[in-house]
Design a protein around this ligand. Structure first.
Ligand SMILES: *[C@@H]1O[C@H](CO)[C@@H](O)[C@H](O)[C@H]1NC(C)=O
Ligand SMILES: *[C@@H]1O[C@H](CO)[C@@H](O)[C@H](O)[C@H]1NC(C)=O
Ligand SMILES: *[C@@H]1O[C@H](CO)[C@@H](O)[C@H](O)[C@H]1NC(C)=O
Ligand SMILES: *[C@@H]1O[C@H](CO)[C@@H](O)[C@H](O)[C@H]1NC(C)=O
Length: 244
């Protein structure tokens, strides 16, 4: 990781590349007509998604077409809005800007084939479920900026084996940044935590071992504490005014 990549600007990194990637996924999405079977665990996907729907105010989502419409698997022909399947496995959930509110249910961690989770620009609150760190073993990109998540960045998320991109800008995360296992995360290239209430210093181990990190943003967090091995960054002061 190179501290020189840090910026004090209020630049917000929107996941353009991710959106392109998701479009590509949708185009290549192969819809499976076969009934739910043990091969893909489709039968349980229905409950997992309905749990999520219920926990995030599904009835008041802006768009909810397909959701819970029948007892069919979300991966059959009647597609559920924002759900992408490949070979009967849910690989992507994209419900950004869809008026979600509530909390993230632990059962979402059952989607072991999920690669992309886009929930940005909603009003989801509560903490980031630590259990996802052990269970979302296929997750590559998580974008949940502009919500109301509180609590700390879970240590366990640093162990997600495929995670390359995580954007949690504009939330209410607090506490300090975890050391292990984040510092040994082998694929993470982009981590964005702007506009939260994080404090403390950047764990020194990050500087030593996060070799893949090329994009790290931590501006506008509380305190004036240097977060990057002595490099002074711009933060908001305790009253929330930007001093950048
Ligand atoms: C779907 O998931 C099953 C395990 O749940 C796995 O064996 C299979 O390879 C997955 N399919 C794809 C395309 O990843
Ligand atoms: C999620 O997985 C757990 C453990 O495998 C299981 O007990 C639970 O019923 C599943 N939840 C849903 C909603 O499918
Ligand atoms: C979701 O809520 C509906 C209505 O409250 C309920 O009937 C259903 O069992 C719930 N589903 C899950 C998976 O919790
Ligand atoms: C983070 O915020 C929660 C509630 O908002 C609070 O209970 C907790 O003490 C805070 N933790 C830290 C380290 O500030």
């Amino acid at each position: 990781m190179r501290c020189s990549w840090w910026s004090t600007s209020n630049f917000l990194f929107f996941p353009v590349a991710l959106l392109l990637c998701l479009d590509a996924l949708r185009l290549s999405n192969r819809i499976i007509l076969a009934s739910a079977g043990p091969m893909c665990g489709c039968a349980s996907h229905f409950d997992v998604l309905m749990d999520f729907f219920n926990a995030t105010g599904g009835p008041t989502w802006t768009i909810r077409s397909g959701w819970g419409a029948s007892l069919a698997s979300p991966c059959t022909t009647s597609s559920w809005y924002g759900v992408t399947c490949v070979d009967g496995n849910i690989t992507s959930l994209d419900l950004s800007g869809n008026n979600l509110k509530g909390t993230l249910p632990p059962s979402l961690g059952n989607l072991s084939q999920l690669q992309f989770l886009n929930l940005y620009i909603n009003r989801i609150s509560g903490t980031l479920p630590a259990s996802y760190g052990q269970r979302l073993v296929s997750i590559q990109q998580i974008s949940m900026h502009s919500n109301q998540f509180a609590g700390s960045l879970p240590d366990s998320w640093g162990a997600l084996p495929r995670l390359t991109y995580l954007n949690l800008d504009f939330n209410r995360l607090n506490g300090t940044l975890p050391g292990e296992p984040w510092s040994t995360s082998s694929l993470l290239t982009s981590l964005s935590l702007n506009y939260n209430s994080l404090s403390g210093t950047l764990p020194e181990s990050w500087g030593h071992s996060m070799s893949t990190m090329t994009y790290l943003q931590l501006t506008s967090n509380v305190r004036h504490t240097p977060l990057c091995l002595g490099l002074e960054l711009g933060f908001v002061d305790a009253s929330g005014r930007s001093i950048v």
